[in-house]
Design a protein around this ligand. Structure first.
Ligand code: SF4
Length: 383
């Protein structure tokens, strides 16, 4: 990669433009939770503006055949990851269970903290889950072979450009996601095509992979994956409604947040860390046995994905706070706020996946990790 990311970004834009020009494949795009509260900044909108519908409209005008929402797959991630957590509670571990949707964290674990690989949730990140479904379930639905589908993920994240090259993420012999464009790159592409972003109408995502809940929206901010998982794990595990939907102890921009959750008499200890220094500090404490947790969320970027390396650069010192508030506004305005209540997710399980952690789910939605630490590499070299 170019040290400033510019060469990689330009090459990715060119690849997408070539596919749009050729248009000999079904062109599908998906957008991550944090993109919708930041893309507007590229077009002079106020920091923290929510421009979901304009982003969808712009992607259609760029030439994509389907515009789907990564938030749909965030709800699916919660179904799988929440069920995995409940299974560990039944079996007695291994704890802590770590979230797995941040590829920069996965790289860090494989290279520097291999002792935690068994603790990582095996759930793929949401955009990989959606890519896998597009090249299997959806390919069948529209009667197109997977190699004739081109999937672009719009992400706040530069690490996801590397994530799509992992061999574990191949589906039916092809990569689940073909190209990742950052929020900034999408902004550049829209400007290149002279699409008047600010005056576009608000449009909706396509069906059936576009419906999502407020729980999926909060994936974009530190503490959001934990909160979404707790909303679902509590109700699915205990079979009763949550007394309060917001888990405020895991919200906010403090580097490390902790909470104890009453899980029908069992006290669950959870922690959330974001930003390199905080993440390393928390992991080192867990390694030394100074702290104990049942469930830990790790996000490499400050603030989580709202502060991702692919987001628009801002001079506003409150940029993270404003984007975070926008994310929680989307959650509050949502009719459904728990992943297990998403009707499209229920239908997907009925039609195709059967149930969380089923054989099909494992095949398409879960992944494996590799020990890439120096010690392991040295051992392999010796052999
Ligand atoms: Fe990517 Fe940063 Fe989000 Fe991790 S926290 S998924 S590196 S944008």
């Amino acid at each position: 990669f170019c040290p400033v990311g510019a060469i990689t970004e330009n090459m990715n834009i060119r690849r997408v433009l070539e596919e749009i020009e050729k248009h000999d494949k079904v062109l599908i795009v998906q957008t991550a939770p944090a993109t919708r509260v930041a893309l507007g900044e590229e077009f002079g909108m106020e920091v923290g503006s929510i421009s979901t519908g304009k982003m969808v409209a712009a992607l259609r005008r760029l030439g994509f055949d389907y515009v789907f929402d990564t938030n749909f797959a965030a709800d699916l991630t919660i179904m799988e990851e929440g069920s995995e957590f409940l299974e560990r509670v039944k079996k007695g571990g291994p704890f802590p269970m770590f979230t797995s949707c941040c590829p920069a964290w996965i790289n860090l674990a494989e290279k520097l903290y291999p002792q935690f690989l068994k603790n990582l949730s095996s759930a793929k990140s949401p955009h990989q889950m959606l890519g896998a479904l597009l090249k299997s379930y959806f390919a069948k639905k529209i009667n197109v072979p997977p190699e004739k589908i081109f999937v672009v993920s719009i992400m706040p994240c530069t690490a996801k450009k590397d994530d799509i090259t992992r061999p574990q993420h191949m589906v039916n012999g092809v990569p689940a996601v073909d190209v990742v464009l950052t929020t900034r790159e999408l902004g550049r592409l829209i400007k290149m095509r002279k699409i008047p972003y600010a005056s576009l109408p608000e449009e909706n995502y396509d069906d059936p992979l576009g419906e999502s809940t407020g729980a999926a929206a909060i994936f974009g901010v530190t503490g959001g994956v934990m909160e979404a998982a707790l909303r679902t794990a509590y109700e699915l595990g205990l079979g009763k409604p949550l007394p309060k939907i917001e888990f405020t102890n895991v919200r906010g921009l403090d580097g490390i947040k902790e909470a104890t959750i009453d899980f029908d008499g069992k006290q669950l200890k959870v922690a959330v860390a974001h930003g390199g220094v905080n993440v390393r500090r928390l992991l080192d404490k867990i390694t030394k046995g100074e702290v104990y947790y049942d469930f830990v969320e790790i996000m490499a970027c400050p603030g989580g994905c709202i502060g991702g390396g692919g987001q628009p650069k801002s001079l506003d010192k409150d940029v993270l706070v404003k984007r975070m508030e926008a994310i929680y506004t989307i959650d509050e305005r949502s009719v459904l706020r728990k992943s297990h209540e998403n009707p499209s997710i229920k239908k997907l399980y009925e039609e195709f996946l059967e149930h969380p952690l089923s054989h099909v789910s494992h095949e398409l939605l879960h992944t494996t990790y590799m020990d890439r630490s120096k010690k392991k590499v040295a051992q392999v070299a010796k052999v």
